[in-house]
Design a protein around this ligand. Structure first.
Ligand SMILES: [Zn+2]
Length: 114
């Protein structure tokens, strides 16, 4: 039984991570397969690919912004993408201990706006 009341390190970033992942997935699809959507919408697949790529880069940078360990300031978004590539979102949403410094978040901050 775990009595330490661990909470995810990025508890306050949950909404941002989920919204970002919902944008990244379709944007990545369009970047990889621009012809599929381009033909359906009747627009140039090159413009669609470029627009989706810019959206992908922008949302990725937005996700990475502020996703830091409160103790050592390691950017946990980039760490998760690099080390947990297959499940970076799940890892970011659940990890309660910093892999770099061992800092563990607890729910002492309960009541804080999330
Ligand atoms: Zn840390």
């Amino acid at each position: 039984m775990d009595l330490s009341n661990k909470v995810p390190l990025l508890q306050g970033h949950r909404r941002r991570l989920i919204v970002g992942a919902c944008v990244i997935a379709p944007a990545a699809f369009v970047v990889l397969f621009p012809d599929v959507l381009g033909k359906r919408l009747g627009v140039s697949s090159g413009a669609l690919e470029l627009g989706s790529l810019l959206l992908l880069v922008g949302v990725t940078l937005w996700l990475a912004r502020g996703a830091r360990c409160p103790s050592c300031k390691t950017n946990l978004f980039w760490y998760g993408v690099n080390h947990r590539f297959g499940n970076w979102l799940g890892w970011l949403l659940t990890e309660s201990t910093c892999p770099k410094c061992g800092y563990t978040a607890s729910d002492r901050s309960e009541g804080q706006a999330g």
